[in-house]
Design a protein around this ligand. Structure first.
Ligand code: FEO
Length: 183
């Protein structure tokens, strides 16, 4: 009797996504260490917290594969890319990684739709919402850096930004949660 409720294609794509989330966690760890080394403790704290979020995303995928009777395959995680060149570049890279991850999430949504695997389609909706939040958060941070002077931000502006980031909430508020009273 076949108790695996995932098709071979979806099982393989979900496993790849699990590794991609682990890779994202390593990227955040590496950028956090880079920031901490330069003295940006607030930026580092924010990025370390985010590394943990990515690990949670990895676990959600792992648990889902197991729950559907699928086979989990733990594979090697690629090395993170080179260090950022400055704080603005750091958050530009973060934004690019998130957009790249969104594309991978959308592929899984499409695959599950095409296969009419509604359980996986439903599970992946959580990731669609999460990616919108993460892209919004990265864009909000880039806006703040731009106001602080972008790549030419001065020591004072960077100091304030660094302190703000330590207290920055980990999730952005999405448009569907906004109202006229609370824009
Ligand atoms: Fe798990 Fe930032 O995507």
């Amino acid at each position: 009797m076949n108790t695996n409720r995932l098709s071979p294609g979806l099982q393989s794509a979900l496993n790849s996504q699990m590794t991609k989330e682990a890779h994202a966690s390593q990227i955040y760890l590496s950028y956090a260490s880079w920031a901490d080394d330069l003295g940006y403790a607030g930026v580092a704290n924010f990025l370390f917290r985010h590394a943990q979020e990515e690990r949670n995303h990895m676990m959600k995928l792992l648990e889902y594969i197991l729950q559907r009777g699928g086979k989990v395959k733990i594979e090697a995680i690629p090395a993170p890319p080179p260090d950022p060149t400055n704080i603005q570049n750091c958050f530009e890279k973060v934004f690019e990684h998130e957009v790249d991850n969104t594309a991978a999430v959308y592929k899984l949504v499409k695959m599950s739709f095409d296969e009419e695997d509604w359980a996986t389609w439903n599970f992946m909706q959580w990731f669609v919402k999460e990616q919108t939040e993460e892209e919004t958060l990265a864009l909000n941070l880039l806006d703040k850096i731009k106001i602080a002077g972008g790549a030419k931000a001065t020591g004072d502006a960077l100091y304030t930004l660094d302190r703000d980031l330590e207290k920055q909430p980990d999730d952005a508020v999405l448009a569907q949660e906004k109202t006229a009273e609370k824009p």
